[in-house]
Design a protein around this ligand. Structure first.
Ligand code: FUL
Ligand code: CA
Length: 489
């Protein structure tokens, strides 16, 4: 992205009134700390995507099937993959991750590896393939597809012995070979011990660190689906679990993380907060269900989260630099229930109306410092809608400020910041001030920014001048967006 001097002068005179007279070519800020890889960068921009927990549990009314189910029990009466996918899309979901196999071991595709599968159900005379149908519907409707494939298998007689591992890897291979591009692979960490295990009906405990030989399974994912991010398994995963199943990241939530030797890589607190200056780029993913359970139960039809509750989760996940993985379970028809569909739509409506107009676009932006006085690092880059362009400061300027002047007062109750995360996570603390009469009043302050930081103000602020102050950063900043919004909360 080299701007010639001639273009630069023409551009700066036009866009910035020729203020930058001492321009010289400078390089972009050096990357700082642990950095995202290309697939993490691509995935992080999705922000919200869905989980579909669907399988024998849908019909037995359980959360964890024992593994002794008759495959005939899987019998949706009116399976409609388009209804499922379009309802998720209408809720703003950029992809769906299907439980292709849950802990009961029942496979929703005609796998060659086990008889505990859809091929042995009388549904569609054993010719059904839910993985094929959901992945194809996702492609048709322009959202991404991901797979959940439980390592714990309560049906398989070989589970707990070395003989199970090639079976599991073959299941992963089938899923990643036959159903088109996969954006995320979800390896769950649960192992409750007991299960059917081919009729043994006993408890089997494994050492989660060593038993699954994760590097071998990871190699399959990397080879077959190089763009898929990995959740779970071992420390080389691309994403960290946020440490709860409530959909809530820490108020401070670093994308960087230094995993320890525990199965999840840290305590709940460590997972929620991440690690400042951590060794790996490993952002948090907030998984949560729209209902109390992960699977559909008619008894929970009245407990579907409202659009406002989902919006609150959005602020506490996406708004803290994590992603929101929202589970919406298909029912026994094989569709999303009307309650869930209505909530999804309502949620999307709040998100869209909140972020429709960035009031900061109408402001005159003045920065205390611009890297090399160059137009390509000017504060106008904060409001161009392009995540790859950013306002940056000179090498030795780590606590700059930005002033926004409005011709007429604006009212807002949401602030959004985004860092240019390809260069790492840099800002450690910042504050927002509003001009009230002749004084500046601090109206908000926070810590981590990363891919997205949303601040909700308890009351709308009306002013004609706003100031962003970077309070702490170990390196010159690279901020790609600044937004002020007036939203339903
Ligand atoms: C957990 C599982 O045990 C639940 O059943 C569910 O799949 C959830 C997303 O992950 O660990
Ligand atoms: Ca930008």
């Amino acid at each position: 992205m080299i701007t010639s001097r001639r273009n630069f002068l023409a551009g700066s005179a036009l866009a910035l009134g020729g203020v930058y007279l001492h321009a010289k070519q400078v390089t972009a800020p050096a990357p700082y700390g642990a950095l995202p890889n290309a697939r993490q960068l691509r995935w992080q921009r999705m922000e919200t995507y869905g989980f579909l927990h669907f399988g024998v549990n849908t019909f037995t009314d359980k959360e964890w099937g024992y593994g002794d189910e008759n495959p005939d029990i899987f019998h949706p009466t009116d399976f409609d993959p388009d209804q499922i996918v379009t309802s998720m899309k209408a809720g703003g979901m950029k992809g769906v991750i299907l439980t292709c196999k849950h802990h009961d071991g029942f496979c929703l595709w005609p796998t060659k590896t086990t008889k505990h599968s859809i091929a042995y159900s009388s549904w569609r005379n054993g010719k059904g393939d839910v993985v094929r149908d959901i992945s194809a519907a996702a492609r048709r409707h322009g959202i991404k597809f991901g797979v959940y494939v439980s390592p714990w298998d309560r049906n398989n007689g070989a589970y707990g012995t070395p003989a199970y591992l090639p079976i599991y890897r073959e299941q992963v291979t089938e899923l990643l070979s036959n159903y088109g591009p996969v954006f995320e692979v979800w390896f769950d960490g649960a192992n409750g011990g007991d299960g059917y295990y081919g009729g043994a009906r006993e408890k089997r405990h494994i050492d989660a660190h060593t038993y699954y030989e994760w590097p071998r399974t990871y190699a399959i994912v990397r080879r077959l689906q190089p763009w898929a991010v990995i959740h779970g398994g071992d420390k080389d995963a691309d994403i960290r679990w946020v440490g709860d199943e409530k959909g809530v990241a820490g108020e401070t939530c670093w994308a960087t993380f230094s995993p320890d030797n525990s199965v999840d890589g840290g305590t709940t607190e460590q997972l929620m907060t991440g690690t400042l200056h951590g060794t790996r780029w490993m952002p948090a993913e907030c998984d949560v269900s729209i209902r109390p359970g992960w699977f559909w139960h008619s008894s929970e039809n009245a407990e579907v989260k409202t659009p406002q509750q989902l919006m609150d989760l959005y602020y506490k996940s996406v708004g803290r630099g994590a992603s929101l993985l929202l589970n919406v379970p298909p029912n026994r028809k094989g569709q999303l229930s009307p309650e869930d569909v209505a909530s999804l739509r309502g949620f999307r409506k709040i998100v869209e109306s909140t972020f429709a107009v960035n009031l900061a676009r109408n402001a005159r932006l003045r920065a205390s410092n611009v890297r090399g006085d160059e137009r390509r690092f000017a504060p106008t880059r904060l409001v161009d809608g392009n995540p790859d362009t950013y306002w940056a400061t000179d090498h030795d300027v780590t606590t700059p400020h930005l002033t926004l002047d409005f011709a007429t007062p604006v009212s807002f109750n949401v602030v959004r910041l985004r860092e240019a995360t390809a260069l790492g996570q840099r800002i450690e603390s910042f504050a927002i001030d509003a001009r009230q009469g002749s004084d500046w009043t601090q109206i908000a302050q926070a810590t981590s920014v990363g891919i997205c930081r949303l601040l909700r103000l308890s009351n709308p602020v009306t002013t004609d001048q706003v100031r962003l102050r970077i309070v702490e950063s170990p390196a010159p900043i690279a901020l790609s967006e600044f937004g002020l919004f007036s939203g339903d909360q």
